[in-house]
Design a binder for this molecule. Structure first.
Ligand code: ARG
Length: 560
């Protein structure tokens, strides 16, 4: 049962819908005030009365019952107390019934969401800068599925451009098959870096020729390109697998090679295209933006041209309800331009395109993704986290079985959670010590809490079953209230495209559980009713923690 809904439906305010009341009902942080509250400040304008008077009037009109047992008006708030037992029973039985589906819903049924994320660049390093797009996109992917949407994960591969001509040229001059085969993406990247450092005019000209050969479908050039692409994909797929990341489409920039001309024709037809210094542009001055470049003066298409074609293709293919682009805020202008051009073309769905922007990630020593010559590969960050996790776990609990497996879950969780915990737009400094702390606001803390809950449950032998008529104490009830909020947190996270809400929820829940764990004896409870109730609560908490982490792509070890 949804208590907020229950309350909202019992309150009648002329001219205010039950939905509006529903969205105003909150859970005050301080239970002293009430379990639920309705702030009346919003209604003051409508009624031209003070919030305090409105709260008083609403209170008089409210009939308490078996579910809502008390109502009071304090400082412009209408406060409600619920029957703790009834409330706990509803929440815990729902979790017991729905298990790993608890929190899921059908709101998204019949709607498709495209999520463009991770979007790797072929033959370029997959570095720490790709961490956020990969894990934020991956979490949104799982979240929207959980909420019943049909989700299309798209890896918009960076597989188009003159750099592939350069790469082929470098390979022809300096490379050999065995080295590239065994060195994989690192070997390819070395060749590319060497080209940029050493290529002379002749080689530059040669590279341009190779690029043309790829474009014109030359067999050898394309075979080389496909080989570089396969090596890159083998490499990133191994990382995706570890991070629990999946895609439904790998249609990258190159896929749109033959889909740009119709867009250019349409722009022309709609008189949006202008010539400026030989290039074709869409003027956006009226909107306070620089022009969107569509074709360079040599006739070559651009990143934006391919994004225009991609958006139209996606709309035609998937008929999306929303299309998200999980891309760093450095590309704010790019997406504003692309979305505006589509709007000018008369695509009414342009307003369904969303740039989900996120901040930069740097390491504590100041190393950044793009710093020349010093790229931090994501793979290295992951291995380092797993290694460090192993050392910590081994120190804490040397007797543990399967330490390797556990360290893997803990290390990977730390990498993911580290990139997800803050509001996505914030720049973050990634610190190994911080993300691997057992004490802080980390996945390790949450996983450790799960292990603790697990250990209690397995020691109990039987688990718990909800007793009749039990009056939960405050620590127990706080925990129940936190559990009850999970579905709503998911809805808010989806609404704001903020997986961090889920990460924060999990930490809060773990903290409330640990408070309960310290305050209340579980296995050695004072009576059997309390023991049963606490065991049920423990297993409901464990389930909810697991559900939260699983949406973020993080696994939970049984023991730690
Ligand atoms: N590959 C691009 C980059 O690394 C990101 C692509 C994002 N997606 C898009 N449709 N533009 O910057």
């Amino acid at each position: 049962m949804d208590y907020k809904r229950y309350i909202a439906e019992k309150i009648k305010i002329d001219g205010v819908s039950a939905d509006e009341i529903y969205s105003s009902v909150t859970l005050p942080p301080d239970t002293q005030m009430g379990d639920f509250a309705l702030p009346c400040f919003k209604f003051a304008k409508i009624f031209r009365k003070s919030p305090a008077v409105i709260a008083e009037e609403l209170k008089s009109a409210f009939n308490v019952d078996k579910v809502i047992t008390e109502v009071s008006a304090v400082n412009g708030y209408l406060n409600f107390k619920v029957n703790r037992y009834e409330f706990a029973k509803t929440v815990i039985s729902e979790i017991e019934n729905r298990k790993d589906k608890f929190g899921s819903s059908v709101v998204g049924n019949g709607k498709t969401i495209c999520i463009d994320y991770s979007s790797v660049n072929i033959a370029k390093p997959f570095h720490i800068g790709h961490l956020s797009t990969t894990v934020i996109g991956g979490a949104l992917y799982k979240l929207f599925k959980f909420l019943g949407y049909n989700v299309v994960g798209i890896n918009h591969l960076g597989d188009y451009g003159t750099q592939f001509g350069k790469l082929i040229c470098a390979y022809k001059h300096w490379g050999n098959k065995e080295e590239v085969e065994s060195g994989g993406i690192h070997a390819i990247n070395d060749l590319y870096v060497r080209f940029n450092n050493e290529a002379d005019e002749d080689m530059q000209a040669e590279a341009r020729e190779y690029f043309k050969l790829i474009e014109s479908g030359d067999e050898e050039a394309n075979a080389l390109f496909e080989w570089f692409k396969a090596l890159t994909m083998d490499y990133v797929n191994a990382i995706y697998k570890k991070l629990n990341i999946t895609f439904d489409s790998y249609a990258g920039e190159r896929f749109y090679s033959d889909k740009m001309q119709p867009v250019i024709d349409e722009l022309e037809e709609k008189r949006l295209l202008e010539t400026s210094e030989g290039a074709k542009i869409v003027d956006l001055e009226k909107f306070g933006m620089p022009p969107c470049l569509i074709l360079r003066s040599d006739g070559a298409s651009l990143y934006a041209t391919r994004d225009l074609a991609a958006a139209i293709y996606r709309k035609n293919t998937y008929d999306f309800y929303k299309c998200l682009y999980v891309v760093a805020y450095q590309q704010n202008l790019h997406f504003k331009q692309v979305f505006k051009v589509l709007e000018l073309m008369g695509k009414d769905w342009a307003s369904d395109l969303v740039h989900v922007a996120y901040g930069m990630v740097s390491l504590e020593d100041g190393a950044m993704s793009t710093r020349k010559g010093k790229v931090v590969w994501l793979e290295d960050v992951i291995s380092k986290c797993i290694d460090k996790a192993y050392i910590i776990i081994n120190e804490k609990n040397p007797e543990l079985e399967n330490k390797k497996e556990i360290a893997e879950k803990v290390g990977l969780g730390a990498v993911i959670f580290g990139a997800l915990y803050n509001n996505k737009i914030k720049d973050i400094v990634f610190s190994y010590d911080k993300v691997l702390s057992f004490e802080g606001e980390t996945s390790v803390y949450v996983q450790y809490t799960c292990a603790r809950a697990n250990s209690v449950l397995s020691k109990s032998m039987t688990g718990g079953s909800l007793p009749e008529n039990y009056e939960p104490n405050t620590a127990e009830f706080e925990l129940v209230k936190q559990l009850a909020q999970f579905p709503e947190i998911l809805a808010e996270a989806a609404d704001k495209y903020e997986p961090s809400y889920i990460a924060r929820f999990a930490v809060d829940l773990a903290q409330k559980f640990n408070k309960f764990y310290i305050d209340c004896k579980i296995l050695a409870a004072e009576d059997e009713k309390s023991r049963q109730f606490r065991l049920s609560l423990t297993s409901a908490t464990l389930q909810t923690l697991k559900n939260s982490l699983s949406i973020l792509g993080i696994g939970v070890p049984d023991k730690m």
